[in-house]
Write a protein that binds this ligand. Sequence first.
Ligand SMILES: [Zn+2]
Ligand SMILES: [Zn+2]
Length: 147
Amino acid sequence: MTSIFKGGCHCGQLRYTCQNEPLSQFFCHCLDCQKSTGSPVAAGFLVTKAATVVEGERRNYTVLADSGKKMTRLFCPECGTHVLEESEGLMGLWIIKAGSLDDASIFQPVRHYWTDSQQKWLKINDDLERVGTQPAFTDLGLDLPNS
Ligand SMILES: [Zn+2]
Ligand SMILES: [Zn+2]
């Protein structure tokens, strides 16, 4: 992914601009992502909040995620698109939904997470690494507390 990219919600009201390369790019099959997206899998990436400008109105919704950490999902109050997430296990970072990118073709996922809860009818024929449950972001070289 390029180091400067933009995206936002479906109606264009909630927007973000990132000026840094993503720290991680992945698919998540956790049940929490499945419910909140209404889809069998979520595609997302991590960026630092310091390198990201978020503009526009947003509402949020917090749940206790499958990881056991509080997960807050931010969405546009106008069109309802879920664009950003923050986890108490990933302080200082945004998780951004890849489908919200202006040019989502630049997304380069490297892993599947929570494949223990992947829907059996979802057939993904790639050779990316698969992790059964919680992402071990420390394995990615990220120095994050309790992730
Ligand atoms: Zn919107
Ligand atoms: Zn998830």
